[in-house]
Design a protein around this ligand. Structure first.
Ligand SMILES: *[C@@H]1O[C@H](CO)[C@@H](O)[C@H](O)[C@H]1NC(C)=O
Ligand SMILES: *[C@@H]1O[C@H](CO)[C@@H](O)[C@H](O)[C@H]1NC(C)=O
Ligand SMILES: *[C@@H]1O[C@H](CO)[C@@H](O)[C@H](O)[C@H]1NC(C)=O
Ligand SMILES: *[C@@H]1O[C@H](CO)[C@@H](O)[C@H](O)[C@H]1NC(C)=O
Length: 522
């Protein structure tokens, strides 16, 4: 895979002409960034359907040839599991500072190319600021129609002004509050995420619950959520991480629905849509594939290529037609942006991806600039077409990867996330695991600029960065097939440190949605 590092050509779309402040990376960090790009590129596809077509398109990462046997993973995991069960780890997570400081460099001693905050945002948006509260209050107006019970109102009072995303992970040894469901109890889980069934031995990753500082997450009640969803549609729109979260949401609500009154239909509407239906409630929880939100040549949910991706940054109508009339929209886009520093943007505004030769008519645009233009296209659509009295809109912050153990002080034998059985407990030294915080800042900036619709930014990034233990790693699929024992023994090549086991971390993300929808969190 080649990295294109040329500046965008003069004919690039307008925004590309804006200077992107960027520091020269040191040689070490540049190599690190390249490595993570490569690894990200390799693992995006693993559960995409009909992957046989993709096989030739995605040769294995460079590590495939220099295959090294790791120590017995299972023994390590079991030992670590015993250890984690005997302690209760809970550490304070400071609010991420990098996202909100656009002038000071990140605390890391060797800043990575990918992590320089772009000076696109003027003032940091604090979720506890008065403007943040005002935004939230706007959304609440639209949703307070249904009569809230007494306990619900109490919860809402307690949550007001609380930053749900600031807090710590607490180990729930007894499993009283985590996990919220059992792997074996959710028939809708795909093999991609059933880590225990796929051979993982340490279960502790399921038992961490998020404790916000200064308030409690309201207890998750599937019925309360289903009551809100009655005669309504909820739709997750985005990439495979959002699909990961959609699967979690399906499992979270399905427990309250008797057998025979729920169905899941995949690949509706030419494959882009998966629909879970709770018949008694006349409610749906849906997933719509649009990895860039705008149109791209990767919109086929079954045949697509990260390496060859090209986006049309003003074209959204064809996707958005499928989002109209939905009552709860949950958007994300991040992972598909990572594996090159520049994004190919189609120059022609009309008729994207049709006819011959379109693929050569693109400009290379710096990642955060293209990201901002795409989100502006999306925001414009939301502001014009969404009725804020009818629809609540969420934007999920970036889901982080764990590919470089040296970033969290992993042992010398550590390979990607494969040996990890505990969250990162020590965040006091500037944690730098390769998250592109520039995109985080861009997203916050664009959301803040919206005039009519207050979109909630579900800021899961910093708290998820701590969860190096929660990825599917080698307990998952590749090319649609469960990894063989040989492949499992070779995490350097095969560990997926992008997607997450279920039950697991995405349940907490959905718990935040729940807090907003049911308990009116600020
Ligand atoms: C079922 O839900 C849809 C929206 O998802 C709504 O348009 C329709 O009116 C509902 N049906 C009934 C009988 O309420
Ligand atoms: C489904 O795909 C076919 C072939 O690509 C296309 O002609 C048709 O318009 C698509 N239908 C929808 C609903 O997008
Ligand atoms: C939402 O409802 C309120 C109160 O009914 C109304 O004043 C407002 O104009 C509505 N907003 C939109 C965008 O329709
Ligand atoms: C946390 O990191 C700091 C700085 O690297 C170190 O001094 C401290 O011992 C660490 N604490 C724990 C509990 O690992």
């Amino acid at each position: 895979m080649q990295q294109r590092r040329k500046p965008p050509p003069a004919a690039a779309p307008v925004a590309a002409k804006q200077p992107a402040p960027r520091r020269t990376p040191g040689p070490l960090s540049f190599a690190g960034a390249l490595l993570s790009l490569l690894l990200v590129a390799t693992f995006l596809y693993i559960n995409d359907h009909d992957v046989s077509k993709l096989h030739a398109d995605f040769p294995l990462a460079a590590g495939a040839r220099a295959r090294a046997r790791s120590p017995d993973l299972r023994l390590l995991q079991e030992a670590a599991h015993r250890k984690v069960n005997s302690i209760v780890v809970s550490r304070h997570v400071p609010t991420p500072t990098r996202s909100s400081t656009s002038t000071t460099p990140p605390p890391s001693s060797h800043p990575k190319l990918d992590q320089q905050p772009l000076r696109l945002i003027d003032t940091p948006m604090s979720s506890s600021s008065s403007s943040g509260r005002k935004q939230a209050a706007l959304v609440m107006m639209g949703n307070s129609g249904g009569g809230g019970g007494e306990s619900e109102q109490a919860a809402s009072v307690k949550l007001k002004g609380c930053d749900l995303y600031k807090g710590r992970w607490v180990y729930d040894a007894a499993g009283r509050e985590a996990p919220l469901y059992r792997e074996s109890e959710c028939e809708f889980l795909t093999e991609q995420v059933t880590c225990m069934r796929n051979g993982r031995r340490d279960e502790s990753y399921q038992r961490w619950r998020w404790q916000p500082e200064g308030c409690e997450l309201p207890r998750f009640e599937a019925r309360a959520l289903l009551d809100r969803l009655r005669n309504k549609r909820m739709m997750f729109v985005g990439d495979s991480l959002n699909r990961n979260q959609w699967e979690s949401m399906v499992c979270l609500v399905q427990s309250a629905i008797p057998h025979g009154q729920k169905t899941l239909t995949k690949f509706v509407n030419n494959g882009s849509l998966n629909v879970f239906r709770a018949h008694e409630y006349n409610a749906t929880v849906e997933f719509y594939w649009a990895p860039f939100l705008v149109q791209s040549n990767s919109d086929d949910p079954q045949v697509h290529s990260v390496r060859d991706r090209v986006i049309a940054w003003r074209a959204i109508a064809r996707h958005a037609a499928n989002w109209k009339g939905v009552h709860y929209l949950v958007f994300n886009t991040y992972i598909w942006w990572l594996n090159t520093f520049h994004i190919k943007v189609l120059k022609s505004r009309s008729a994207p991806f049709g006819g011959r030769g379109w693929s050569s008519r693109y400009a290379l645009v710096d990642r955060p600039i293209a990201y901002r233009e795409v989100l502006k296209t999306w925001a414009k659509w939301v502001d014009r077409r969404i009725d804020p009295n009818k629809t609540t809109v969420f934007f999920m912050a970036m889901s982080p990867n764990h590919i470089t153990p040296e970033a969290w002080g992993g042992s010398a034998e550590a390979v990607k996330c494969a040996m990890e059985t505990q969250p990162i407990v020590n965040r006091t030294w500037g944690l730098d695991i390769g998250t592109d915080w520039r995109l985080h800042g861009v997203a916050r900036g664009v959301l803040r600029s919206m005039r009519r619709v207050a979109v909630r930014f579900v800021d899961i990034t910093a708290l998820s960065e701590l969860r190096k233990d929660a990825h599917t790693s080698v307990h998952t699929l590749r090319q649609g097939k469960l990894l063989t024992p040989d492949q499992q023994a070779d995490p350097r090549t095969y560990a997926d440190c992008i997607h997450w086991c279920l039950p697991g971390l995405p349940d907490t993300w959905n718990h935040f949605l729940y807090a907003h929808i049911v308990a009116h969190a600020a």
